[in-house]
Design a protein around this ligand. Sequence first.
Ligand SMILES: [Zn+2]
Length: 237
Amino acid sequence: MSAGQQAVSPLITCEHGGNAVPERWRYLFREHESLLDSHLGFDRGSLDVARALARKLRAPLLFGRYTRLLVDLNRSADHPRHFSKFTRVLPAGERQMLDDEYWRPHWARYGQLLHGLPGRVVHVACHSFAPVLHGREREVDVALLYDPARAGERAWCRLLADRIRSVSPDLRVRMNYPYRGTSNGMGQQHRQWFGDECLITVELEVNQALCDREDWTGVVHLLTDTIEWSLHRESSS
Ligand SMILES: [Zn+2]
């Protein structure tokens, strides 16, 4: 990150934080309740990280409390997986209702904050991923997803990864794996309107296997300490 003396405003989001289902939509998931608790329903542990980060950095926090199987807050309006197989088949009026109640307010608030926060916004979107997918183990604990074409994101992620590796060498840190930082998502969609000089947007992905370890709280602290350290280092440079 090379913001010089420019102010830096952290912003934390957690699109897949919860798996609640409002009463009105509960019938959709009858006999599919186990899906709500799986990685398809929400990102387990991601809200722990997001809340801790927002508290530590005194940053605004936007999070989804309802399952992504209603409407996915991290997919653009026209993306094929914006709605899930449970909601894609609903009449247009009901899909509109889901958009208006859940998706639109999240994206609108995010846009307002990007315009309103002073200086360069450093957005951390907190997510988590299943340790095994389609029988293949994902050999990574913490992943940083960014756009390699944006120098600010590239430099900041490198700084974070080096720091995590030096403080906690047993954690496997990777970049743009198991997903690419340029895949469809809320941060990615906003890169087209906000240049590198005014927005850094990174997805912080943690392996859900970490949430089951007894040192999970320690991992959360490590991540929040590292990010706080990097921002402090930046603003005092
Ligand atoms: Zn997610």
